[in-house]
Write a protein that binds this ligand. Structure first.
Ligand SMILES: [Zn+2]
Length: 540
């Protein structure tokens, strides 16, 4: 893809969708009405819950939680001799009996996409309702939408509807794609153009910017302008830009967070600047791109070495954040595991499945000759990557949970829970995992005064769990965790997340999952149902 003149009447943040729609890519069907969830209530009381507050503090119970409209107004310990009936919070107009249940803050997905229009290459793209319902069914109540690839205008409309609770969706933070790289779309050519674009972006109401890199002078100016405007930023340090600026360079210039792993191994290089590319490499051949990516960390400084420590120290001084999204490359170290996940059968939309299947032209569909060697290299790559991320957390650095689902056999919602498992694998205590998924995410997004912990005064985003999520994150999957019932000697699937409360609206996760299964089933029918065609046409 090369520069293509983009008419100046395209508002900032809508360039990529304008470009792709010219090429025939259909729009993702937006959500228009809320068909699930009850509330908010004047007074909602959760009785007798064991609370995991999101700060890293241990569980404590029993506690009564009072929510008025969309705000938590009281958390009251209801044990001991002062916990008389008279001393407990007054009756609500709706109550949830939380005895024997656990309550956590809602989860924040710090790297996600509200649908992926690329799936149109393989048929009907899921309407965003599919995505939202999977997110809510897995406890995601806030999403940092990285790139607004459906267009910033589209995103801001959905954000507004979610804020009004007129659709069933997490709250949405809109980060717009910064159009300054040759291999995607470049309409910004000078630092001044970048600055003025950002000012117009801020006026439109964006929360932040998603970078894939840029020429260094433009990137440095853009990050300076972001700081002035109060726009937050995340960067996927794509290989086409990373030799000129790694994650440490952009962190120094004011970048808020590094996404995925890109740019981190390069900041650990001590005997090279350019990674050891095969000589017949082509970035556009994704088999190359992702197979040599699995050789990155071993080219950098060794764990515990002077350089390793120095790089950790630099990031810590800056107060930088990592959003590793371990989950999105999970298939690289075990393709069969990702392809055969328990949920595909009932929850994976057909065009997504077809898109994931190896094919030329599809992003993340690069299994042309994926091998034992590729998987071994990626396992080693993860070992080093996870060691860095875990040590960064141990030394006080911020690490957040993000999923990036919609590619590489990762399904919305399920991919987020897999990320929690992988953070634990990296060495995080499950309480640290929950902290990354809640309060740390809120701090990254700058919404820590409103979200991320269970405290009176905060917005009412909470999860009610039937099982203690700390004991096994698999309980959070929409398909649940496999358990043997000793009495019957049969397998049962235990699903822990009972309801997701967003802004005081209670969503029954079983209903959301049933809706998704119903939608998915139709996509696998012989003929694509006419109503999807209609939906798609109505959205044009
Ligand atoms: Zn992404």
């Amino acid at each position: 893809m090369t520069d293509r003149p983009i008419s100046s009447d395209i508002p900032p943040g809508d360039e990529l969708v304008a470009y792709r729609s010219k090429a025939g890519q259909p729009a993702i069907v937006p959500a228009r009405q809320r068909d699930r969830g009850i509330g908010p209530f004047k007074r909602l009381v959760l009785r007798g819950a064991t609370v995991i507050d999101g700060t890293g503090a241990p569980p404590i119970g029993p506690t009564d939680i009072v929510i008025e409209n969309n705000r938590i107004t009281l958390l009251k310990k209801v044990t001991g001799n002062l916990a008389t009936a008279a001393n407990r919070p007054a009756q609500g107009d709706h109550e949830i009996d939380c005895r024997g249940k656990w309550v956590t803050p809602g989860f924040i997905d710090c790297h996600a996409h509200a649908g992926v229009a690329y799936h149109a290459a393989n048929g009907w793209v899921p309407p965003v309702d599919y995505v939202y319902k999977l997110w809510l069914a897995h406890g995601v109540t806030t999403v940092r939408e990285m790139g607004s690839m459906n267009g910033l205008g589209w995103m801001l409309d959905q954000k507004k509807r979610s804020a009004e609770n007129s659709i069933a969706a997490p709250r949405l933070l809109a980060y717009a794609y910064f159009p300054a790289v040759n291999d995607m779309l470049k309409v910004l050519h000078t630092p001044d153009e970048g600055r003025s674009w950002l000012r117009r972006l801020k006026e439109r109401g964006a929360d932040g910017v998603k970078f894939f890199g840029a020429p260094p002078a433009i990137m440095e100016a853009a990050l300076d302008e972001c700081r002035k405007l109060g726009l937050r930023s995340g960067c996927h340090h794509a290989q086409m830009s990373v030799t000129r600026m790694n994650a440490l360079t952009t962190a120094r210039w004011g970048l808020t967070s590094a996404e995925h792993y890109y740019g981190l191994p390069e900041s650990l290089f001590e005997d090279r600047v350019v990674q050891n590319f095969p000589l017949d490499y082509d970035y556009n051949d994704e088999y190359f791109r992702f197979s040599v990516s699995g050789q990155m960390f071993k080219q950098g400084a060794k764990p515990g070495s002077a350089k390793w420590n120095e790089v950790l120290e630099r990031f810590l001084e800056i107060g930088f954040t990592f959003v590793p999204t371990f989950t999105i490359y999970d298939a690289n170290r075990d393709l069969m595991r990702a392809r055969q996940a328990d949920w595909h059968k009932e929850y994976t939309w057909k065009s997504m499945w077809d898109y994931f299947t190896p094919q030329r032209g599809g992003h993340g569909s690069y299994w042309y000759r994926w091998s034992t060697q590729n998987e071994i290299e990626w396992k080693e790559n993860y070992r080093l990557w996870m060691a860095f991320i875990n040590e960064y957390k141990n030394r006080g650095g911020r690490v957040c949970a993000g999923s990036d689902s919609g590619f590489i056999y990762q399904i919305f919602g399920f991919g987020y829970i897999r990320e929690l498992e992988l953070l634990q694998e990296a060495g995080f205590h499950p309480l640290e995992v929950i902290r990354s998924a809640t309060s740390q995410g809120a701090a990254l997004c700058g919404v820590q005064d409103e979200l991320g912990t269970l405290e009176a005064g905060k917005l009412a985003d909470l999860l009610v769990h039937d099982h203690n999520p700390l004991t096994d994150f698999k309980l959070l999957y929409g398909t649940g965790a496999m358990r043997l019932n000793e009495a019957t000697n049969r397998v049962e699937w235990h699903r822990g997340l009972k309801c997701t409360i967003k802004d005081g609206v209670i969503f029954d996760t079983a209903e959301l999952l049933a809706d998704v299964r119903e939608l998915v089933k139709e996509t696998w029918a012989e003929d694509v149902p006419a109503r999807f065609r209609q939906q798609q046409e109505a959205a044009q």
